[in-house]
Design a binder for this molecule. Sequence first.
Ligand SMILES: [Ca+2]
Ligand SMILES: [Ca+2]
Length: 438
Amino acid sequence: MRRGMATHLTDALNALIIRMINLSFLRMRVIRLTHLLAVLALGSLPLFLIACGQTPLLYDVAVHPATITPNADGMDDVARIAYKLGHSANLSIYLVDQAGAKHYFRQERRRSPGAYQVDFSGVVGGRMLPDGRYTWVVEAVGDDGTVQQAQGELLIRDADTLLPELQGFSVYPKVFTPNQDGKHDRVTINYYLNKPADVSVYFIGADGTKYPIAEKERDVKPGEPGLHMYDYDGGVDLGADPPPDGNYIVRAEAVDRVGNRTVVTDTVTIQDGGRPRADIVQARVDFYNPETGDKVVPLGGTLAFTLTVENFGQVPIRTTGPDSGTHYRSDENFNTKGFYQSPGAWRVGIDYEGNPGYPYPYRWALGHLDQLEAREIDGQTFYYLLPGQRAVITGSIQIVDVPAKKDVIYFWAGLIHEEVAIEPFNHYVDPQQIAIGF
Ligand SMILES: [Ca+2]
Ligand SMILES: [Ca+2]
């Protein structure tokens, strides 16, 4: 009975050792000794220790080749550092230069038992070490405080020590308002790159969130030496919400082909960021002849309208004149009134069936400018309808010629975000037939 049990244990032990050897081949890992100890505590321990021996903390350390030329030409650019750990350890790899200074490639990294390899390209802390003769050291500190080291010589030649530079790195303006009002909607980032390198640029928010910024397509391709430009609108033009209002770090990081790294930073502030949203309330327009109150306008008479606009978004929307209440003759338009299109401004427009010219030739501000919020931007005054605010807009057009060869013509309203868009729900709003008597 005793003998049978011992045989059984020996078989189990053999199976385990075979499995361990397979595993260490397959995964290049050394099985934890403690697991085996637990299994073998029944009495076969001395046999096992004789069979396997004590595993050293650090062993089979090799660095190859002994000379590297880290210049990204594909020849001997890196040295492979290989080592094995028999136990968990804190591991360091460093180079000692001829002046005795230590350059840490890895410092006190926690490592499980196993086989490791890592390529060393001559770069420590983002900078290429200069040409010279170095001593490499691989050092393991076990959990019991045991220190084991291996060392050898490494020669560095033809090292590319030229750092990538982001010359003239600039961020402008320092405060931007990504809200499509045509004022400071974008931020421009520029730099001159002195050598080929991968460059990433991003905003970092106060909470650490990163917002990557895409490079503008230009003749100089990303990563090539030359002048690079980034033009960022917070994503608003593609219908996204911009990063939240606040202060950001603008960080640009360049890494060249051998691993030299340069980081530059600046700051930027986002204010009043967001997608502008506004509509004509209930999509309702009240058209009428102010003389009679009905929808019949004799030639030479006047068509008037009233409607309400609401800013239902999170950001102020900008508007421009002429004021609500302004009277047009039908042969006039917003240009002849001296109020040209203003990119990013919102205005109410009236259009009609058979209009041969520019859409919405008659336009009005979202209320009276002197009743709106005035803001000074770059020395000029601009006018805003604030989030949640409504404005009643009125206007009138004297019909001095026949718009179409019909006596009943459709008129409608629109809410125009000039040189940005007219949302479908703000276009062709509440068309109504007006009888033109002639
Ligand atoms: Ca090389
Ligand atoms: Ca803006």
